[in-house]
Design a binder for this molecule. Structure first.
Ligand SMILES: Cc1ncc(COP(=O)(O)O)c(C=O)c1O
Length: 360
């Protein structure tokens, strides 16, 4: 069997070219006679892998020198704790609740201090992004937290919140490298890489250097201090070396394909194909307020659970995998990350049209 179109929300599709290159280098990485998996993380070969990965990411995102790039572990979920442990100097933080991941981060932060929910879209099943232009930001807030792209609900912040001078912390797990970003608008940007960047097991955190201090909450484990990872250039302990190597290859693939401007253009084009169809279909409907629609995760429903299930089943048989919506919302969701080719989306829409005609 060949490759299918994988619409999974994560772990998700990676560029075929990257996978092939990694396959070619599997047994003998650049004349070292071993795989990157078998290599010391203190070796010259790995030092250049991680060094190049960082530089390529800096180039792609135009990361200023006063921001540190850390390659960490523990999934995005570990950041839910690591952020308050490292940043809650006043023990106060404001959270904007736009879905389950933001909510989980909020609940975790409550363990460590006063976390406040200053806005939420839960009243309408997180189908929109609340107005964040004039929120009641606590004077003592150490940071304002958002989940920038809501993987489950398919919403995305098109305008960042007005944090009234407080550092903005953003979980970008599901929109990482999908379009250009102005890093200077954030105190901390982080994401698990298993959606748009690489294999599960790596978390990238981009942190303004003044936010990295010795002054963490009492009891913070050494491994959960940003400072220790920064001081050791992400090599305090054995890093997820193979994962970082694949991320590095994806960065090179992105650079070769025109960087984040080109990705944005392509992602807009891909998303438009799907949203345009949803907007005129009499069977399938998008679930998100139009102006808040994500370019990466596109949820839709027929309004009939049986028909949804039939669609998912038939789509799978036709080579479109992982279209089932998140277990908490049902329906369907097509995740169309950077590595999903435009043909994948075109063919999905063709399939949906046929399904609509056949099931009238
Ligand atoms: C936006 C977002 N944040 C956090 C997570 C949790 O990531 P992890 O499984 O790496 O902890 C996910 C996972 O799907 C996600 O989509």
């Amino acid at each position: 069997m060949g490759r299918i179109y994988n619409f999974s929300a994560g772990p998700a599709v990676l560029p075929e070219e990257v996978l092939k290159e990694a396959a070619d280098e599997m047994l003998d990485y650049k004349g070292t006679g071993m795989s990157v998996m078998e290599m010391s993380h203190r070796s010259k070969a790995f030092e250049s892998i991680i060094g190049e990965a960082e530089q390529d990411l800096r180039d792609l995102m135009n990361i200023p020198d006063n921001y540190k790039v850390l390659f960490l572990q523990g999934g995005a979920s570990q950041q839910f704790a690591m952020i308050p442990m490292n940043l809650m100097k006043n023990k106060v933080a404001d959270y904007i609740i736009t879905g389950q991941w933001a909510k989980k981060a909020f609940q975790e932060a409550k363990i460590y201090g006063t976390a406040k929910a200053i806005a939420s879209s839960e009243d309408k099943t997180f189908s929109y992004i609340p107005d964040c232009s004039d929120l009641d930001i606590d004077e003592d807030a150490d940071y304002v937290y958002i989940c920038e792209n809501n993987t489950i609900y398919g919403t995305k912040f098109k305008t960042l919140p007005n944090t009234k001078g407080k550092p903005l912390v953003a979980d970008v797990s599901s929109c990482f490298l999908s379009e250009p970003v102005d890093v200077t608008k954030y105190g901390l940007i982080y994401g698990g890489v298993q959606k748009n960047v690489g294999p599960a097991g790596v978390v990238i955190a981009i942190i303004r250097e003044d936010l990295i201090t010795e002054d963490t909450l009492p009891g913070t484990p050494t491994m959960l201090k940003y400072k220790i990872h920064d001081d050791n250039k992400s090599l305090y302990n054995t890093p997820p070396a193979y994962g970082i190597y694949i991320c590095g290859k994806v960065f090179k693939w992105l650079k070769k394909n025109g960087g984040l401007e080109a990705m944005k253009e392509l992602n807009e084009k891909k998303a438009k194909i799907l949203y345009d169809y949803l907007d005129q279909s009499s069977m399938f409907k998008g679930t998100v307020r139009k102006e808040d629609r994500s370019l990466m995760n596109v949820p839709f429903v027929t309004g009939n659970d049986e028909l949804d299930a039939k669609f998912v089943k038939e789509a799978k048989a036709a080579g479109f995998e992982n279209l089932k919506g998140h277990r908490s919302v049902g329906g369907m969701r097509a995740s169309i990350y950077n590595a999903m080719p435009i043909e994948g989306v075109e063919k999905l829409v063709e399939f949906m049209k046929k399904f609509e005609a056949d099931n009238k």
